[in-house]
Ligand binder design. Structure first.
Ligand SMILES: Cc1cc2nc3c(=O)[nH]c(=O)nc-3n(C[C@H](O)[C@H](O)[C@H](O)COP(=O)(O)OP(=O)(O)OC[C@H]3O[C@@H](n4cnc5c(N)ncnc54)[C@H](O)[C@@H]3O)c2cc1C
Length: 277
């Protein structure tokens, strides 16, 4: 494993990342609602938050639950990429320009910088926060490459700045197969020499990414999304073992995640039942 200066940013009530301001509900007007793909809508809001890649907001409309949504960009203003997965996310994703939604945030621990050569590995809507991270990395002089995976062509997210590799499970665009098919040769290539692999997407995919990074002695960071209710460490619903996705994460060191017996094995549903992946 390469020796690199890593800057660990902690998120806990003492660290200042969870400020009381992040708990205030903010009303945000939707300026634009664009289709990213057949499932995901990209909402641009008239809200300016000093947020970092990997952080999220709790978002809602009157009469529905709050739902965690990763921050997809802060420039020129806050953007959220919302997949219509169930009733609440569908309502949010259908908000038209000129209408309002509500958010609390920014919440959670962001990704932290490791070295100057980064590789993004995203699955589905999980590519959105990585695209934000890629942009921030490139603005600060890092070299960034990305692998964006989806089940089919019509579920692909838009590209990130820098070089992009595409994979689809059915081969309808890019390389046929999952992101690992592209990740392994890139990590095995000594000339590439990535400092850190950043990943966000389905937990089983991230587990495979973290295992692959470990095999090639590369640092990895993941964004672990668990079913979340409060978003600030009170309800305990998003626990993965003793680790809370909302305040200890969502960003986590890949090896720390691999050492957690619940990672990629089971998650909890909205009623708190343990469900095997
Ligand atoms: C930190 C974090 C960041 C997230 N960022 C985004 C984002 O940028 N864009 C986006 O579209 N979604 C994101 N999600 C997931 C999003 O919050 C859920 O899709 C949403 O809560 C679904 O709510 P619903 O009421 O529409 O559907 P529900 O009826 O509650 O769920 C619909 C389906 O989605 C699954 N689901 C619910 N919550 C989650 C979850 N946390 N993770 C994975 N699957 C879930 C359920 O098991 C069910 O199969 C994020 C979740 C977390 C924890």
């Amino acid at each position: 494993m390469k020796k690199l200066a890593t800057k660990r940013m902690k998120t806990n009530p003492e660290s200042g990342y969870l400020s009381s301001l992040s708990l205030l509900p903010l009303r945000a007007k939707v300026i634009k609602n664009e289709k990213e793909n057949s499932l995901v809508s990209l909402l641009t809001l008239d809200l300016h938050l000093g947020a970092l890649p990997g952080q999220f907001v709790m978002a809602w409309k009157p009469g529905m639950d709050e739902k965690p949504m990763s921050i997809a960009e802060v420039k020129p203003s806050l953007q959220l990429a919302i997949a219509a997965a169930g009733p609440c996310s569908k309502k949010l994703s259908e908000t038209k320009a000129g209408e309002y939604i509500f958010v609390r945030g920014p919440l959670g621990k962001p990704f932290w910088p490791v070295g100057k050569k980064w590789l993004m590995v995203g699955g589905g809507y999980g590519f959105a926060p990585l695209r934000f991270l890629a942009r921030v990395g490139m603005d600060s002089g890092c070299s960034v490459e990305s692998i964006c995976g989806a089940r089919t062509k019509d579920l692909l997210m838009k590209e990130a700045p820098g070089k992009n590799h595409i994979t689809t499970d059915d081969g309808s665009a890019g390389k046929k197969g999952n992101v690992i098919a592209v990740l392994e040769p890139l990590l095995a290539d000594k000339k590439m020499n990535f400092d850190c692999v950043y990943s966000c997407g389905p937990e089983k995919m991230m587990k495979a990414v973290a295992e692959m990074a470990k095999k090639y002695g590369t640092h990895s960071q993941l964004s672990v999304e668990r079913y979340m209710k409060c978003g600030f460490g009170v309800c305990g619903h998003c626990a993965m073992g003793g680790w809370l996705s909302c305040i200890d994460g969502p960003s986590i060191d890949g090896e720390e995640a691999l050492a957690n017996p619940a990672f990629g094995v089971y998650h909890t549903d909205r009623a708190g039942r343990k469900i095997k992946y």
